[in-house]
Design a protein around this ligand. Structure first.
Ligand SMILES: [Fe+2]
Length: 331
């Protein structure tokens, strides 16, 4: 395929303190060069002879391709970021920025601070929407190819020297100030409105347990740290626990196949959290059974390994612990 050139988005003659000459040079020599490079690489990949050339050559081409593609995309975003007066943010965007950065001023300090930190070096400063978490984040893309996976950048500042040296020399901070004075906030807001329509990654769905409430490992950690009374039951299968080395701190192990033996030891006045190895079936089934018996039970999403992945505290799960758990049940 051939990538098409995008026309210049901003009107260079309207910019305040950034000359048309600088934008023209940037558009023609850097954006144009990136697009041309991208098309050359793209053609090379299409014509790649897999029988004669090494996989390493292909990998090099693919690395070059992502650099040229991102340079193309980010330059288009950069030119589309300019053309306003940089002052008033539309309400929806201002509220979103305030939610994620504390205030618009804090966002501005962080964004400009990052840019100044890049002065003398090179890279991009981007304001990016992350659909996974529904939030905005400032990021550095120091070699075109470091954009957040799945992120949607909505504002871009080019900190490569070619973006300012012609006019500002080494005075990067004057260039940054000029950029901030020219941000087209209504265009940024429009891109934000488009970005928030991007769905987050699909969550794990377990349709058979759709009516059983879950709790995240982070929420369980908060409960424990705040001293909330909660009964945490590790229901990893017995055959699994014989090789298990650790158990979540604060949890007791109970054999899921002998639920009738230990259900009477639980209190109905305190919430119950159950979990198994990965959070798929046994923890959910146990929570479901307990709920039917009148307990305020939920299963912990992701199970034992999710707890370990957030570095939740664990203790040694030796034979003694297993024996003690059994003794507690039978005593
Ligand atoms: Fe550039």
């Amino acid at each position: 395929m051939r990538y098409q050139l995008a026309p210049l988005y901003c009107r260079p003659w309207t910019l305040n303190g950034i000359s048309a000459r600088l934008i023209e040079s940037h558009y023609e020599n850097n954006y144009g060069a990136a697009l041309n490079r991208l098309n050359v690489i793209s053609r090379e990949i299409e014509q790649f002879d897999f029988s004669k050339t090494s996989d390493q050559s292909l990998a090099r081409l693919k690395r070059d391709e992502i650099v040229a593609l991102n340079s193309t995309l980010l330059h288009e975003l950069y030119f589309a970021s300019l053309g306003g007066d940089g002052r008033v943010l539309p309400d929806a965007l201002a509220n979103a920025i305030a939610k994620d950065f504390g205030s618009v001023d804090r966002w501005r300090q962080e964004f400009v601070g990052i840019a100044n930190g890049l002065a003398g070096g090179s890279g991009w400063v981007l304001l990016t929407y992350v659909p996974r978490d529904g939030r905005l984040i400032n990021q550095i893309a120091s070699d075109h190819d470091q954009s957040i996976a799945g992120g949607v950048p909505i504002l871009a500042l080019d900190m490569y020297e070619h973006a300012y040296h012609l006019e500002f020399g080494a005075n990067a901070s004057a260039y940054i100030a000029a950029f901030m004075r020219n941000i087209d906030w209504s265009a940024v807001q429009s891109r934000y409105e488009d970005a928030i329509k991007v769905a987050p990654p699909r969550p794990l769905e377990q349709k058979q347990f759709a009516d059983v409430p879950s709790i995240s490992v982070e929420e369980v950690r908060e409960m424990l740290e705040s001293g909330t009374s909660v009964q945490i039951i590790d229901t990893r299968p017995k055959h699994y626990t014989t090789k298990a080395q650790d158990i979540m701190e604060g949890a007791v192990w109970r054999d899921p196949e002998r639920l009738d033996d230990w259900i009477g030891t639980l209190s109905k006045t305190e919430p119950v959290v159950t979990f198994c190895v990965y959070g798929f079936h046994i923890g959910c089934e146990t929570a479901s059974t307990l709920r039917k018996a009148g307990f305020d039970a939920r299963y912990m999403s992701g199970g034992h390994f999710a707890w370990k992945a957030i570095k939740g505290p664990v203790r040694l799960f030796d034979d003694g612990a297993l024996v003690n758990s059994r003794l507690t049940v039978t005593s």
